[in-house]
Design a protein around this ligand. Sequence first.
Ligand SMILES: Nc1ncnc2c1ncn2[C@@H]1O[C@H](COP(=O)(O)OP(=O)(O)OP(=O)(O)O)[C@@H](O)[C@H]1O
Ligand SMILES: [Mg+2]
Length: 254
Amino acid sequence: MTPLLEIKSACRYFGGLHAVEDFSGHVKRGERVGLIGPNGAGKTTLFNLITCFTPLSSGAVFFDDTDISSLKAYRVARLGIARTFQNLRVMPNLSVFDNVSIGALGALGHSPFAALTKRANYANDIGRRTWDALEQTGLQDQASELAANLSYGKRKYLEIARALALSPRLLILDEPAAGLNDTETAQLAEFVLRLSGEGLSILLVEHDMNFVMSLCERVMVMASGRKIADGSPQEVSNDPVVLEAYLGSEEEAA
Ligand SMILES: Nc1ncnc2c1ncn2[C@@H]1O[C@H](COP(=O)(O)OP(=O)(O)OP(=O)(O)O)[C@@H](O)[C@H]1O
Ligand SMILES: [Mg+2]
């Protein structure tokens, strides 16, 4: 069976900067995959390529055997890839419910503008998807709160709720544990594991190595835009090329 997500020789250049260079990789159905690498390695850019927030310079991305390389971002979301952002994109002046319903609107496959104008036609479907996502993330009691009033930790779940409201098959998380304390990070790991147990495939970037190594079945490592390793947590953490990439980047930073 072909993988759920397949990235083939993806490249993304910003002028002369090779942010992503000839990256190939995959996520199988139901798999939990981590993507790690030093700051500036190209991880977020790769996520932007997969979700079509940024166009590829060359290469291709396949999702469930469909070439999604040149689709609009909202069509990719509709096909079943949902994501969260490294810098939270919660709308502070909207209620928790309305923030999540934006994700549910996305599931209907309209452009954001068409989705808003046709919202009334789909109110029941949007409401059901939104409540399901709020319940999954434990935010149902705060549905009518302004997002601005949520704690930072809860806002991270709000981002995930918005992604889940799309009923995705692949959930892409960009640094979900950043800014969380140890207890919150452990709870998040349990939560992601539960989602995975329900059949969702997961691809995540995270700098917290304990989180990645305990949660992910496979880890891909990126440095300077390229994939430098791909294997079990144990394999990559003992790989001299990976250790060198991290040590090298610390020396540069010093
Ligand atoms: N829109 C853009 N225009 C120009 N350069 C960009 C753009 N987006 C990213 N870059 C550059 O591409 C490189 C990779 O950035 P990216 O954000 O993908 O790294 P990252 O691995 O996610 O890093 P971090 O761990 O710090 O989040 C960096 O040098 C960054 O400055
Ligand atoms: Mg990043």
